[in-house]
Design a binder for this molecule. Sequence first.
Ligand SMILES: [Fe+2]
Ligand SMILES: [Fe+2]
Length: 492
Amino acid sequence: MGDSERLTAGSEERRRPVHGEEAKAFQKSAVDLLIRFHIVDKIAKIYDPKNDAFQEQGRLFFAALDAMLKKEPEAAFRIRHGSLLLNGVRLKFGVGTYPLFKSVLEEFRAREIEALAFLPGLTMEELFLFMSVFAKREKRTERSFDGLVSDLDAAGVIHVLLEKTSSEEIAQALHKNTARMFFLSIIHLKESFARDQKGEGIKINTTRRLMQSIYNHIVENEAFIHGLTNIKNHDEYTLNHSVNVCLLATALGRRLGLSRSELVDLGMAAFFHDLGKTDTPLEILNKPARLSDDEREIMEQHPFKGAEKLACHMEFRRLPLRAIHVALEHHIREDSAGYPRYFKKEDINLFSKIVKVVDFFDAVTTKRVYRARVFTRTEALNMMLEASGTEFNAVILKAFVNMMGVYPVGSLVVLTSGEVALVCDINPDPKLVLRPSVKLITDKDGNKIDGEAVDLAEKDPVSGRYRRSVASAIDPDKYGIEVSDYFLAQAQ
Ligand SMILES: [Fe+2]
Ligand SMILES: [Fe+2]
């Protein structure tokens, strides 16, 4: 026990039928085994092995295990990508058995267990001993996994192996939650827009809770959030755009040193910055050509309309006042040009200046029917730097560029090795800004691969030189690559 390296069984998909009677029989005995394990685990939390209920259910569990170990080399449960596998076979749960699956999954997660394997040679006494130690060990203490393993070692349990949750599995669970939050935000905004159209109030408390959750996700998983902002849903442009602006504004506000409560307010303001567009006719919003003067005038009313809606709706009273500023001012430039026209730059709210920067960035990196070309993330930052101090506030823009890095998360780059890679995280060390972490997506001959994650700051220990460097940033569109797919794949 304790040698987690030894446990690799159950991790490989075995060649076995997935349909037919044999597969069905395996599923049935696997779920049955899990039920038996779960019952004994519950009983063992309360009683010791001498108790009658423990003995009775323990015997049934042992019999089921014994039967399995006569046919299989082991009985190894493993969590992978949010599913439960037995000996490499994904278990299927129905309505009746789903709560059991959830409960076991949660227990494994809380105890940092990725795999639990029962090996041939296990006796009933050893199984009872294992169940007793396993159930009684406190699961929410620090180093709970390691503590459990040393308790089992001390008790002499050798035919049951545990494997600790890998950091990959932990990251995946985190990504899954973050992606869920992203899509919930889009659904909530869609519902908010629909309620606004019907003259119903917006559920502001829900929005506020969502912003608090967004803040938590940004603290824990910022690079992945940057990755998610590469999702561009062209049919629901305003919704997707508003959520991206909200995420980027909150992340940028955090870099600028705003407090948690200010960031929640900023998130809400950014979330509703284009609310006025619900009144702009779709023919104008999606016109595939230059707008006429009249159409432009209607388009440029959306800041007023948005501010008006936010100010008038009773339900918006719980919104920060600054949300009204942001709706009204997010198209005003630093030199006071832009629209609406009669503002002086001294009057513009800090939140509006933040939203102005991220709003522009998200807009120009999104393909739209009326836009002649879409900019890569690197090109957009370069273009924005040229307008520092005129279009954008110089300090805020600088913080934004620092946050995004030279090659922002989601950029596609060609490496000096000839491979193409996707930027997954920027290097936190400002001296290594040109060396992000990337995922290889083609080999050097241009064949698409599901490549490894590589830190470009890594050096060859022999030569002392960097193994790979970025040669240039490229346009994902030209290579037919949907960048957001790679981020969503990590959350599945
Ligand atoms: Fe706008
Ligand atoms: Fe916008």
